[in-house]
Design a protein around this ligand. Structure first.
Ligand code: SF4
Length: 338
């Protein structure tokens, strides 16, 4: 399937046909044009030949079916992974924005793959389609999207923004801005550009360490964009949008989880308005891929870390640990068949 070519495939048709075709793809979630009964049979046949709707994807489900991973085969033979997390009444899809990633964060399996290429708009939208087709069989749909899969979304800025505008459109999935989150490792230009878009999407920024020395040991990009630069951009974002930012912090045993480091983190964020940010603690997910062997923090140490932040009146959440059984948790996506 190549969503980018739909307009081309219908160029000889009256304009309302494009609307009908989109209705069939995105609302009825057809997988074959023969199911598009709103189109004349000749056109259905032509589209089946010229614009097939099949998306080659291998689906793996966790035992409780709360986490579902899709290994999607792209047109050029490359592969990406996306994950559906089903929790309470919400279905959240973790989207990839690139094939691999150039940034090589040491705790991240994707970062060890290197970078192959950016995904185009259609390839980003198709990830949502794969899971909406899957959920249709259960009478459900995708509610939330987070760009936390493979790649750094701000390094594929145009396609990510283009795709979310389409995903938000009433003609496709009609997913509200506030249900879409972009997570960045901390690219100040991307944060500033997002402000100018004036979209109501959510922003998450990965800190993962309370100082530059420590952060540089796990995030090579910190040499280019140190914490000071990132927080300057975040401050600008908060002042311009008045929207809350989520800081991601991955807890690694004995590396960044000590009480003194929690205090340092609180000091680092001291001049940001507390009501406009929260810290999301993520337990490190072990993976076969990262070269450096890290371990997740102990439960007791997580509680201590949280308590120190709480004493500093910082809002803290802890990310649910979903997806580990199928290597679909945060930092585990590798596009390898498992
Ligand atoms: S954490 Fe994000 S930015 Fe870092 S290597 Fe992984 S995908 Fe890339």
């Amino acid at each position: 399937m190549n969503l980018n070519n739909l307009t081309k495939a219908l160029k000889d048709q009256p304009p309302f046909r494009l609307k009908q075709a989109k209705e069939a793809i995105f609302k009825q979630l057809i997988e074959n044009w023969s199911q598009a009964l709103n189109l004349p049979s000749g056109l259905r046949e032509k589209l089946n030949n010229e614009y097939p709707l099949a998306i080659k994807a291998q689906i793996s489900e966790s035992k409780d079916k709360k986490s579902v991973k899709a290994l999607i085969y792209l047109r050029d033979g490359l592969k990406i992974e996306s994950v559906l997390l089903r929790h309470e009444d919400r279905n959240t899809v973790c989207l990839s924005s690139q094939v691999g990633c150039a940034l090589g964060c040491l705790f991240c399996a994707t970062g060890q793959l290197g970078f192959r290429r950016n995904l185009d708009e259609g390839e980003i939208i198709e990830q949502v389609l794969v899971f909406n087709r899957y959920l249709k069989t259960l009478g459900e749909k995708v509610h939330n999207l987070v760009f936390m899969g493979m790649g750094e979304p701000f390094l594929n800025y145009g396609n990510v923004i283009g795709a979310i505008k389409k995903i938000n459109s009433k003609e496709t999935f009609n997913i509200g801005w506030r249900h879409i989150s972009i997570s960045t490792i901390g690219i100040p230009e991307g944060i500033r550009k997002l402000v100018k878009e004036n979209l109501q999407v959510n922003l998450a920024v990965s800190l993962h360490a309370p100082n530059d020395d420590l952060r540089s040991q796990i995030i090579p990009l910190n040499a280019k964009y140190p914490l000071k630069e990132i927080l300057k951009a975040v401050k600008y974002y908060l002042a311009e949008t008045n929207r809350r930012v989520m800081f991601e912090y991955i807890l690694i045993k004995g590396f960044n989880d000590q009480d003194s480091q929690a205090r340092q983190l609180a000091d680092l964020l001291a001049d940001l308005p507390k009501k406009l940010y929260l810290i999301n603690l993520i337990l490190y997910n072990q993976s076969d891929f990262p070269k450096k062997k890290f371990l997740p923090s102990d439960k007791k140490q997580i509680e201590i870390f949280k308590r120190v932040l709480g004493r500093n009146k910082i809002n803290v959440t802890e990310r649910l640990r979903l997806g580990r059984g199928i290597q679909a948790a945060c930092g585990q996506l590798t596009s390898q068949n498992k």
